[in-house]
Design a protein around this ligand. Sequence first.
Ligand SMILES: Nc1nc2c(ncn2[C@@H]2O[C@H](COP(=O)(O)OP(=O)(O)OP(=O)(O)O)[C@@H](O)[C@H]2O)c(=O)[nH]1
Length: 531
Amino acid sequence: MNIYSKYIILLIVVAGLGFSGYLGQRFHEKESAAIATEFRKDVDDKASALEREILLNIEVLYAFRGLFDSSEHVTAKEFARIAQSFIVRHQDIYAIEWAPRITHQQREPFELTQQLLFTDFEITQKLASGMLVAEQQHSEYFPIAYVEPVAGNEFALGYNLASNSTRMAALAVSRDLDLVVASASTPLLGQGRQQYGTLVSIPVYQGLPKNVIKRREQIKGFVLLVLKVSDMFDRAVQRTAAKGIYFTLEDRTLGSEIEVLYSNQTIPMQFSVAQSDFSYTKPLASVGRRNWSINAIPSLGYIAERRSMMPYLITAIGWVFVLLGSAYVYALLRRTTLIEEEVAQRTQALEEAKLKLEQLSQTDALTKIANRRFFDEAFNHEWLRAVRQGSSLGLMMIDIDHFKLYNDTYGHQAGDECLAAVAQAIEQTLNRKADVVARYGGEEFVVLLPDTKDCVVPAQRCLANIEALAIPHRASPTSNYITVSIGVSIALPKQDSRSEAFIHQTDIALYEAKRSGRNRVEIADGALLSL
Ligand SMILES: Nc1nc2c(ncn2[C@@H]2O[C@H](COP(=O)(O)OP(=O)(O)OP(=O)(O)O)[C@@H](O)[C@H]2O)c(=O)[nH]1
């Protein structure tokens, strides 16, 4: 397998893993979007429920305004009876109050009348220390004349709302614009848990004043509701189904200054990024000119309930497919490569075997020099070349003398060794690469010398070299050592020359060498022949 294939597989693996991860991520994001939508809907439901709860309570204010509009003088008894009936049905109401407008001239008779009902009644103001003391002289007062329930709220009786400038500013807006106005929330004392209260007021007029001046003149007083914010919120939230949401009710009337009115977290919590990502703030419809909003964050349980394993499954299945697929492709490529390598190896082995066979078919097994077959091919080839080029061709025929006697004396095995030694000696005698030495048959060798005009010198050298081997041959009548007889011939072949005649005349020269005493070189008749 080449390096590119490996890189391509690696690239496919990386791309595949990445793509699977991306798909999983996309699915996760879609799931998150669905959770966010559901979460917002849940929060919106709760916000609507809270808005309904607030409106129901504000309806109480309008009912009281109706009462004061329809009656010139509402007695404390009437007020208490009606207020009690509302408080029973509206559990978020902490208190209902009536604060009439009292001018300075009316102060004394007002206080005296009130004292018939509440013995120690007097118009009071609150000091910075929180202590209630008799109010100073002012042109007008808005003291709390009635409060229901009285128990626990006695301190409120006589308290001049106008003595608190912030509160009076809110009441002034309520009066001037004929609006329901809510105060900033304050902690309610004497409640079992941390409970915020908000004071919602509605103006009551003499008649139907049309403008600010008339409203200021004709203001009769204010009906006030103290609402328990936490209870109101809990009730609204419980009425909707979704669980596992952390809520904070915030008052954002002052813009940057956010006042937390209520939170359903029992302890301050640290939220994870996964939770904070779903954080949602829903502004409520204006409550008495206050900007309240619900900030919500889901619990981990809320998110977990809505999450599925799909994103992980998609990623995991994708990864498994990519890895298995890549492994399969890798295995296939590897197998192909192995097969290619094996084929290449076998082809090479075959080539080598073929070469070896070719060499074997051209080599004499005993002497390791060329055989007769090779010589015949080489002879024909060189003959034709000589004809083409007009060059000469030398030929030597070498025959070991009395070899039969040698075999008889030393045995056939020794004869084989002698043949091999003589063959090597002949081969080493020749200098030129083009010369061909071959075993012609039995104990006879042949040497072809292309482009040679004189064969005698190499023949003589051959004769001497073989004698120099000094292979003992005690039975030889010629010498005590192995000797050879050599017939040599030179040809200058022409187109119509016959190669057999060239071999034949060399053979005759060899025969002559044998006949004339052996251990010699005999030159064929007419040394340079045109056959
Ligand atoms: N050891 C061995 N002997 C061989 C081989 N080939 C041929 N011979 C022997 O070589 C001998 C050749 O004998 P001859 O043709 O009578 O000639 P010679 O004995 O050499 O006598 P001259 O050629 O006349 O000198 C035979 O006895 C063959 O058996 C071979 O491969 N190995």
